[in-house]
Design a protein around this ligand. Structure first.
Ligand code: SF4
Ligand SMILES: [Zn+2]
Length: 699
C-alpha cells in the first residue's frame, strides 16, 4: 500500500474511518442482540460472502459472530493502508448488515453479482470498456450530467455513490447496467465498488483469500478504475479518497482538499475526465463519428420500446438486410455515404420502411474471409449511438431509432457515418477505404436481396468446410491475461473461445491487424494424440504463454488436461460421475443444478486460468461443435442442461444430434423440469435410456 504521509487529508480521513468503524461495530452488536452469532452473513449473488473481508483479512467472515470479532480486531493506524482497509471493511459491514433481516432489501442492494463481473471480463480486456469511473458525492461545481455522459461516450463503466444519483435522476438521465451507469447507493455503498474490483482479482486473477497486499497490488496494477470526488471535503469523503489511494486508484476532486497530497483537483467535467483518464493511463482510441446523439459502447445495452420508437426496419415489419463485401480499394471513395431513396425527415412516429445497408471495404490486408468478421460488428457499432438499436444480422436484422434521437437529428445517413468511423478505428490496419450505401428504395432493395442471400449461402458453405482438420494452424487468444495472467485459449475452426466472442476467423483477422496482439497462430505440429487433441506445438505454446504453469492441453477432452478457464466463460461443463455423463449450465441460469449448487458457486472452482480435469468453462455454441469433447463421446455425454439453454441452441442442437445419427438424443437430456436432484436425474436417465449410461465409465 502507498507510503504514509502526514497530511491534513490523512487526519480528516482517520476521523472518517473511525466514525465508520464505530458505526459498523454498533450495528453489528445490535444485530447480535437479536440474532445468534451463527447467523450467516453474505451479499447475495456471490461466492465470496463479503468480498473485502474475504480478500483482506486472514480469518474467514461468514457469520455475524465472525464479523463482530473481525470488526473488534480492526485497528485504523495512521497510514494510508490502515485507514483505507478500516474504511473499506467498515463500509462493507454496514452495507451487508443493512439487509440482514430483509431479503427484499438484499435484492435491491447495488451489490454487483459475480455473474455480471464475469460478463464484464471480456469488454474490459478487449478495450470495449476502457476503464471504471467511481463518482462519489454531490456535484457542486462540475456538471454531473456532462461528467457521466463524457464517460459513457468513452465507453467507461461508471459507478455512482451518494447524492449525485439523485441529481442525475432529477435530470432524467437513464441509469442501469445496460447503459454502464450503475447507481450503487448512498455513502457506504462505495464499498460495493471496491467489492467489484476485488472480485476481478478473485475471479480472474485467482488470488487467494486473506492476502491484502496481493489484492492491493492486483487492483493497483490491473483494475483500470479511479475516483471522482464531488462536493465538500468532510471526514467521510476524505476516508473514501484515502481508501482509493490505498488501492492505487487515482482520485480527482472538484474542490481543493486541505493539504491533499496525491488528490488532483479539477472543477469542470471535461477537465476532470481528462485528468482522471491520464492519471490511470487510460487511452481512448479514435475520434467519435459525427452524429447528433451521445455515442459510445456504454449505450450498447440500451433498449428502445415500441412506444418510444420513431423509425423501424426489419423485425418482421419490413424487408431489411445488411451486407459487407470487399472491393479493390482503388475503386472506392473512402468516406462516401450514399442515400438511395428517402431518409426519414418529416416522417411520423413508428414510421416503417425497408432498409438495406451495403458496405464496401478495401485495403491491403483485407481477405474475403474477413467480410463476416467485420460485418458482425455492425451490430455493436449501431448500438453505440444512444437512441439507435440493432438486433440480429444479415437479412434478419431489426433496427429502431427512438423518438428522442430523431428529435435530436439522428437520421439514416448517420448509420453510414458511424460504420465508416468505427470500421476505420478497429480495422484500419487492413481496411483503407470504406463506402456505405443506405437504401430505402423498395425496387432497388428487391433487386439486391437475392444477391445478398446468395453471398450468405456461400459463406455458410465456407464456414461448414472450415474444420480443425482443414487448417494448418490454430490461434491462441491471451486477451484475458490482463486479468488472468496465466490463461490461454486455443481457438480452432470448431472451437470458439470460451467467452463466445472469438472465433478462429476473428483471431486470424486480429493477428493480421496486430501481429503482436493477443492472437497468434500456432502451427499444428507433432501430433501426440488425435483423439485427445494433443500436439507438441500447442503444448509448447501454452507452456510459454502460461509462464510454465501449464505443460499440456488436450483440446478435445474434458477429463485429460482440458483447456483452462479465465472467468468470462458463458457456460460450465462439468463431469457427473454418478450419471456417467456431464452437465452444462449457462451463466444466465439462476437456479440450482442437480448438484444443489448454482452456476456462480460452480464457477468459483474453475476460474483464474487453472486447469481442472472434469471442469471447464465453455462458450454456449461449443455444444454445437463436431469437436465438443469427442474424447469422452461428445454430445451423447450431456445428461443435463437448463431449459433456456436448450431453447437458445434450438434447431441447431437438434440438427447436430441428427448428424450424429441420434435424432432422439436432445429429448433425452434432462432439464430442471425433469431433474432437480441427482437422484431425480438418474431416475430420468434410466427411464429414457439415455445413451451416456451405456458409454464407458467417465471416471
Ligand atoms: S477467447 Fe479466451 S482469452 Fe480470448 S477473449 Fe475470449 S475468453 Fe478471453
Ligand atoms: Zn476471459
Amino acid at each position: 500500500m502507498s507510503e504514509a504521509t502526514e497530511s491534513g487529508l490523512l487526519s480528516t480521513a482517520k476521523q472518517g474511518a473511525d466514525t465508520l468503524l464505530t458505526l459498523a461495530r454498533s450495528t453489528c452488536e445490535q444485530a447480535l442482540s437479536t440474532h445468534p452469532p451463527e447467523t450467516p452473513i453474505s451479499f447475495p449473488t456471490t461466492s465470496y460472502q463479503l468480498p473485502l473481508f474475504y480478500s483482506l483479512i486472514p480469518s474467514p467472515v461468514t457469520t455475524l459472530g465472525e464479523l463482530s470479532k473481525a470488526l473488534g480486531g480492526l485497528t485504523i493506524g495512521d497510514d494510508v493502508g490502515g485507514i483505507g482497509t478500516a474504511t473499506a471493511l467498515s463500509a462493507e459491514a454496514i452495507e451487508a448488515l443493512a439487509f440482514l433481516d430483509d431479503e427484499k432489501a438484499a435484492e435491491e442492494t447495488g451489490f454487483i453479482p459475480d455473474n455480471l463481473i464475469r460478463q464484464l471480463g471480456l469488454p474490459l480486456v478487449d478495450g470495449t470498456i476502457p476503464g471504471i469511473a467511481v463518482i462519489f458525492g454531490k456535484a457542486q461545481k462540475v456538471d454531473a450530467v456532462e461528467l457521466v455522459r463524457g464517460y459513457q461516450e468513452r465507453g467507461l463503466l461508471t459507478m455512482l455513490v451518494g447524492p449525485v444519483i439523485g441529481q442525475l435522476e432529477a435530470a432524467e438521465v437513464e441509469m442501469g447496467a445496460e447503459v454502464k451507469l450503475v447507481p450503487l447507493g448512498q455513502g457506504t455503498a462505495v464499498a460495493l465498488a471496491l467489492d467489484a474490483a476485488a472480485r476481478i482479482g478473485l475471479i480472474f486473477g485467482n488470488l487467494p483469500a486473506g492476502e491484502a497486499a496481493q489484492m492491493a497490488d492486483y487492483i493497483r496494477g490491473k483494475v483500470p478504475a479511479f475516483l471522482n470526488l464531488l462536493g465538500e471535503q468532510d471526514p467521510i469523503s476524505s476516508a473514501v479518497a484515502v481508501t482509493c489511494l490505498a488501492f492505487g486508484l487515482p482520485v480527482v476532486a472538484e474542490r481543493a482538499f486541505d493539504d491533499a497530497g496525491e488528490v488532483l483537483v479539477e472543477t469542470e467535467a471535461e477537465a476532470m475526465i481528462t485528468a482522471s483518464l491520464k492519471a490511470r493511463s487510460i487511452a481512448i482510441v479514435g475520434e467519435r463519428p459525427d452524429v447528433p446523439t451521445p455515442f459510445g459502447s456504454a449505450f450498447e445495452g440500451e433498449r428502445i420500446r415500441k412506444a418510444d420508437t420513431h423509425f423501424q426496419a426489419g423485425g418482421g415489419a419490413s424487408v431489411s438486410f445488411e451486407l459487407l463485401r470487399m472491393a479493390p480499394a482503388e475503386e472506392l471513395t473512402d468516406g462516401e455515404v450514399k442515400l438511395i431513396g428517402e431518409d426519414i425527415d418529416g416522417t411520423t412516429p413508428l414510421h416503417i420502411s425497408p432498409l438495406a445497408i451495403i458496405i464496401r471495404v478495401g485495403g491491403d490486408g483485407m481477405q474475403e474471409d474477413f467480410e463476416t468478421v467485420i460485418e458482425r460488428r455492425i451490430h455493436d457499432y449501431l448500438n453505440y449511438a444512444m437512441g439507435q438499436w440493432h438486433m440480429g444480422q444479415r437479412d434478419i436484422n431489426w433496427i429502431r431509432i427512438s423518438k428522442e434521437a430523431y428529435s435530436a437529428g439522428l437520421r439514416l445517413i448517420h448509420i453510414g457515418k458511424i460504420l465508416h468511423n468505427r470500421i476505420h478505428r478497429n480495422f484500419g490496419k487492413i481496411v483503407q477505404a470504406v463506402e456505405v450505401d443506405i437504401i430505402t428504395d423498395q425496387a432497388k432493395i428487391k433487386k439486391l436481396l437475392p444477391q445478398a442471400r446468395k453471398v450468405y449461402h456461400q459463406r455458410d458453405l465456407r464456414l461448414a468446410s472450415l474444420t480443425d482438420e482443414a487448417v494448418q494452424e490454430f490461434y491462441s487468444c491471451t486477451l484475458c491475461q490482463s486479468f488472468a495472467p496465466i490463461h490461454v485459449c486455443v481457438v480452432t475452426p470448431e472451437r470458439l473461445g470460451l467467452c463466445g466472442s472469438v472465433s478462429w476467423l476473428d483471431a486470424r483477422a486480429s493477428y493480421q491487424i496486430l501481429p503482436e496482439g493477443g492472437n497468434k497462430p500456432i502451427t499444428k505440429e507433432g501430433v501426440i494424440d488425435e483423439t485427445l487433441g494433443e500436439w507438441e506445438s500447442v503444448n509448447a505454446f501454452v507452456r510459454q504463454a502460461s509462464q510454465n504453469k501449464l505443460t499440456r492441453v488436450c483440446i478435445y477432452s474434458l477429463m485429460e488436461a482440458p483447456m483452462t478457464s479465465c472467468g468470462c466463460f458463458e457456460a460450465i461443463l462439468m463431469v457427473l460421475p454418478e450419471a456417467n455423463g456431464v452437465l452444462v449450465v449457462n451463466r444466465e441460469f439462476e437456479g440450482d443444478t442437480p448438484l444443489g449448487l448454482p452456476f456462480s458457486t460452480l464457477a468459483g472452482n474453475i476460474s483464474g486460468g487453472v486447469q481442472t480435469p472434469g471442469f471447464m468453462g465453455i462458450s454456449k455454441r461449443f455444444l454445437l461443435s463436431g469437436k465438443f469433447i469427442p474424447a469422452e463421446g461428445g454430445l451423447r455425454r450431456v445428461v443435463w442442461l437448463p431449459e433456456e439453454l436448450k431453447e437458445f441452441l434450438g434447431e441447431e442442437l437438434q440438427a447436430r444430434a441428427e448428424k450424429m445419427g441420434m435424432p432422439d438424443l436432445i429429448g433425452k437430456i434432462a432439464t430442471e423440469n425433469e431433474a432437480r436432484t441427482l437422484e431425480e436425474l438418474i431416475t430420468h436417465l434410466k427411464k429414457v435410456e439415455h445413451p451416456a449410461l451405456g458409454l464407458e465409465a467417465i471416471l
